[in-house]
Design a protein around this ligand. Structure first.
Ligand SMILES: [Zn+2]
Length: 245
């Protein structure tokens, strides 16, 4: 097998397909990690909302107990009121009763606010719980998808790597080392076709001599500027064939 433009293009495409696949194989799990992190944040927020409802309920209970305490105090004071003889004491007890009644009134107002707040928080919590469940389901689904794709992607990558090794048979022995270094440096971008007499990797024009080499020589040519392996674009091959006729 010779390093013809067609063979080189095929090798380049294999490198590109392998790179695209490797990119997908890393981006999928990365996205999953990001979504799982978002899920943790939402779970923390949900737990805070649950706790807020609980706190409001505890607050309401405390006020209820406080109200009952004031009520029984009033009951006790009313009993005392019937027993006192002195006018001063009578007035003092009446004052105390009035204070407790005022406290009860204040508590009733606060309890009404508590109940309204609990209703609002509970309604918001229901929505939040539903949204969380939905998101949790989506993340789990995505994870399953990523995991089920992983095995298939691994097989496909192995196939591509094997195909690359096979296609690399066109690289002349004496240029293998240089080719390897170029692939190591540029990855799937290690090869570039010629477009308008310029390297499509670095866009620097190539000499007429170089162009002739590429047309006549089925060996490897490297871009003198960026070092990429060059090959003729399909239209250039067509032009060459036409002019040769
Ligand atoms: Zn170049």
């Amino acid at each position: 097998m010779a390093a013809t433009a067609d063979n080189l293009r095929e090798l380049h495409q294999l490198h590109q397909r392998a790179k695209a696949l490797r990119d997908r194989m890393t981006s999928g799990p990365k996205t999953l990690v990001a979504r799982q992190a978002a899920l943790v944040i939402r779970k923390t927020a949900l737990e805070a909302s649950r706790k807020a409802v609980q706190d409001s309920k505890v607050q309401l209970k405390k006020r209820e107990h406080s109200l009952q305490a004031h009520q029984s105090k009033i009951d006790d004071l009313k009993v005392k009121l019937n027993l006192v003889k002195k006018n001063e004491e009578y007035k003092a007890i009446q004052n105390q009763i009035a204070n407790d009644k005022a406290a009860i009134e204040k508590l009733e107002g606060e309890m009404l606010e508590d109940m309204m707040r609990i209703d609002d928080q509970a309604a918001a919590l229901v929505t939040e719980e539903l949204e969380f469940k939905k998101f949790e389901g989506q993340v789990a689904e995505f994870q399953t998808e990523i995991e089920s794709q992983a095995a298939d992607q691994k097989t496909r990558l192995e196939e591509l790597v094997a195909a690359i090794v096979g296609a690399e048979a066109i690289i002349p022995e004496d240029l293998r080392e240089r080719y390897r270094r170029t692939v190591k440096q540029h990855g799937a971008d290690a090869m570039a076709f010629i477009e308008n007499h310029a390297c499509s990797g670095c866009f620097v024009s190539i000499t007429a001599q170089m162009m002739n080499e590429l047309i006549n020589n089925n060996s490897l040519s490297f871009c003198k500027t960026c070092g990429r392996v060059l090959y003729l674009a399909e239209e250039d091959i067509a032009n060459t064939r036409r002019s040769a006729r």
